[in-house]
Design a protein around this ligand. Structure first.
Ligand SMILES: Cc1cc2nc3c(=O)[nH]c(=O)nc-3n(C[C@H](O)[C@H](O)[C@H](O)COP(=O)(O)OP(=O)(O)OC[C@H]3O[C@@H](n4cnc5c(N)ncnc54)[C@H](O)[C@@H]3O)c2cc1C
Length: 421
């Protein structure tokens, strides 16, 4: 365990999404000891739950697996999953960080054979699918999980089901007695890469998120994913029929002082990607995109133009006023087109709300005082503490490539902080 004492050159990275992973491997490969903490059972963060990601529309594994290899091959990097920060004291060069781990109930002997899941009888919500499906109480978070190790859900601990799960394991990998642990590490600098969560669409009462065929944009990623709830077929959640008439609602809660006052930067491109998912699956699909204005940054404007040239994708300059349930149960989008002044009420198989990214630290008491902006994003270089930095969406709405750039910047600043300490 890196535990440098005063003038420590070890660096702590909090959050194992693409930003935290990038910051950790860059720092470790530069020759520094690194501790990486991830609160969930797996690394990869929200990117691992995308179907494909722009600019190249590749599967998340193409960016993540190479980094997992770098982690596996670097003895300077120690990672802890199901771990977070309970307290921080000290100063640049000499922070004492209290780390808290929650039990996985499965140790490193796990071979991911799946016998424990076969023995489990109860089901729990599947976080990897944003709760669209359930999974067994002994589960692998997803098929590309890193580490590739099962988890026993705490809801079954102390029950006969847990005993059956343990008995099913041939490798003595199930540890029902594992408890929460805390321990201290000493580090010289800290990078906060705690990422984001989707803005809660339930707050958008006019948009009827409670209707089964009204979903948000991260759920759309799962509907299109081959390992998602519908094996990659874009189907209506209400009845399993093919979703061929699809509405994509931009700025659902974004740029709105009642919800998120800022632009999340990536939602327009995510919705263009979702239009492409639908059109690839169904030659006779019709997709309507409702927008205030389309913000396609950098070279991704070409992707926007490609979709604009598709006669089966229609752009409506309008922020819909409401989504209601039609007589046949289908969602109906109502509003006024700001260019043509037409008042519309159109029904769809599926409506996707492009909700924005909210910092995961918003609304929570952090274990240390960090400089945050009005929305809860952590400023990139926390001036008053000097040895703390932020990376990825923890510092503001960024796409993957910008998150990785910010992580490299944070890694360099952390190295400078511990070298100058
Ligand atoms: C619908 C949608 C589609 C998108 N599609 C694309 C795309 O195609 N291309 C693209 O470039 N970008 C896309 N993005 C943006 C992309 O998801 C983000 O850029 C990326 O997730 C940022 O990674 P991150 O590491 O900063 O945050 P995250 O992915 O959120 O990772 C943060 C990690 O930190 C962990 N964590 C949080 N708090 C703690 C704590 N206290 N202790 C320990 N761990 C903690 C979390 O569990 C998580 O694993 C999309 C976003 C949305 C909403």
């Amino acid at each position: 365990m890196p535990n440098g004492g005063p003038n420590s050159q070890a660096i702590l990275v909090v959050g194992g999404g693409i930003a935290g992973i990038s910051a950790a491997v860059e720092t470790a490969e530069a020759g520094y000891d690194v501790i990486l903490l991830e609160s969930s059972p797996v690394l990869g963060g929200r990117v691992s739950r995308l179907n494909r990601y722009f600019p190249k529309l590749c599967h998340p594994t193409c960016g993540l697996e190479i980094n997992y290899q770098r982690i596996r091959g670097n003895p300077r990097l120690k990672m802890f999953t199901m771990a977070t920060v309970a307290g921080v004291s000290g100063e640049k060069g000499n922070y004492t960080v209290t780390v808290k781990t929650t039990p996985r109930h499965v140790n490193a002997k796990c071979t991911a054979c799946g016998d424990c899941a076969a023995a489990a009888t109860s089901e729990v919500p599947d976080a990897s699918n944003y709760g669209l499906t359930t999974k067994k109480a002994a589960y692998l978070p997803h098929e590309h999980a890193f580490p590739m190790r099962y988890v026993i859900d705490p809801s079954v601990i102390g029950t006969p089901e847990a005993d059956a799960i343990k008995a099913a394991c041939k490798y003595d990998a199930v540890d029902l007695d594992e408890t929460e642990q805390t321990f201290d590490v000493t580090v010289g600098a800290i990078i906060w890469a705690t990422g984001w969560r989707p803005y809660d669409a339930k707050n958008l009462t006019a948009y009827s998120y409670e209707l089964p065929d009204v979903i948000n944009n991260v759920e759309m990623e799962r509907l299109a994913a081959h390992d998602g709830p519908t094996d990659g077929k874009i189907l209506r959640p209400s009845n399993g029929e093919e979703a061929k008439r699809v509405a994509l609602i931009q700025c659902a809660g974004s740029r709105d002082h009642n919800h998120l006052a800022y632009c999340s930067r990536i939602c327009c491109l995510a919705s263009l990607k979702h239009a492409a998912y639908v059109r690839e699956q169904y030659a006779d699909a019709d997709v309507d995109i409702y927008y205030i204005d389309i913000r396609a940054h950098d070279k991704l404007e070409a992707f926007h133009q490609k979709l604009k040239n598709d006669p089966q994708v229609t752009f409506h300059k309008s922020k819909p006023a409401a989504i209601v349930e039609g007589p046949d149960g289908r969602p109906v989008v109502k509003g006024e087109d700001t260019v043509t002044r037409d008042v519309y009420a159109r029904d769809y198989d599926l409506v996707v709300l492009a909700t924005g990214m909210e910092p995961s630290t918003a609304g929570f008491d952090l274990p240390v005082t960090l400089s945050q902006d009005d929305y809860g994003f952590i400023v990139p270089h926390v001036e008053d503490t000097d040895g703390m930095f932020s990376a990825g969406v923890a510092q503001g709405p960024l796409d993957v490539s910008m998150s990785v750039q910010s992580a490299t910047a944070a890694a360099l600043k952390a190295i400078q902080a511990v070298d100058g300490a």
